[in-house]
Each structure stands twice: as C-alpha cells, then as structure tokens.
Design a protein. Sequence first.
Length: 203
Amino acid sequence: MNDTTLPTPSIQRPDGTQADEHAVLLRHLAAAQLRCSETMRRQAAEIAQLRAQAMQMRAAIIARDSALAWACEDRAALEAAIPDLAPRVTLARKVRDLSRRLQELMRDTLRPTISTPAPAARPQAAAGAATPDISALEASIVAADLVICQTGCLSHGAYWRVQDHCKRTGKTCVMVEQPADFRVVRIHRDMRTAVDGMAPTLD
C-alpha cells in the first residue's frame, strides 16, 4: 500500500482585494492622524489663551493690591495729619440727617390740608390758620438751624466756622451776629428738662 499525501489546497485572495483593503486602512489612518493633529492644535491655542488670561488677572490683582495699599497709606497719613477726622465724618453724617429731617418737616408743614369749614367762616379761618403755621415753620427752621450750628461748632471746635463766616450756609456766623440765640436755645432746653423732671408721675 503506497502512502501518498495529497496536497492541501490553498485559498488565495486576488491581489486586487488586498490592495483595496490596504488603501482603505491607510485612508482611515491618515484621517485619524489629521483629527489628532487638529485637536492638539486647538488645545495648544486654548492653553495659550488661558495662560494669557491668567497673566492678565495676576497683573490686575497686583495693580489692585498696590492701589489698595497706597489708599491705606494715604488714609493713615490723612488721619495722622487730621486727628479729629473721624469725629468730623460723624458730624457731617449727623448734619445730613438733620437737614433731611428738616426738609421732611418743612414738606409736612407746607402740605395743604383738605378741610370743609363753614362757608361764612372759611376766609377768616384760612387767614387765621395761615399765619400761625408760617410763624411756627419759621421758628422751627431757625431752631433747627441753631441745633445744627450747636452740633457743628459749639460741640466740635467751630467745625463750620471760617473766621466769621459759616462754610455750611455761606453767610456770617450766627454766633457772631446773634450770640444770644444760643443762650436762648440752651435755656429753653434746660427749662424743658426741668419741667419734665417736675412733672408728676401717674400710678
């Protein structure tokens, strides 16, 4: 018996098919490389932009801190040059509050009231009510002005006064023109305090 080995048949693809697959793979590889290169380029540009922004922010922070330090130094020098600066700031705030309150009182006083008096007595009532209101308003304005002067000058070393003129009103200082008015205001205040202390308490 002869041992004969039959050859195994080989299956070979045509050369054209392998070349096509290789070309397709090369095209995919080139496209992937192009996408990677574009992504790296965009990331590099973004990193450069972020670095520039960070540098600008650091420069802005340095400038802000420097300006703040200079402002603190200027404020310290100003406070050292003017020892009573803080009381003057508080005084200016109080004067603004008093002026605003005075304007509110003036508006409330000058606001017309709606009333229906008798027809015959209407002219006399209107004439009689107008004069006390105007007089009371003028007295309130003068008293408030004196209170502001007392707060600003008598209690804080003539803060508003420059020689004989008032920086607040631009006129001659009231203490120069009418020094007795301050005594009147003080007497009225002392009398009111005394009356309040003498008033009986109701159980």
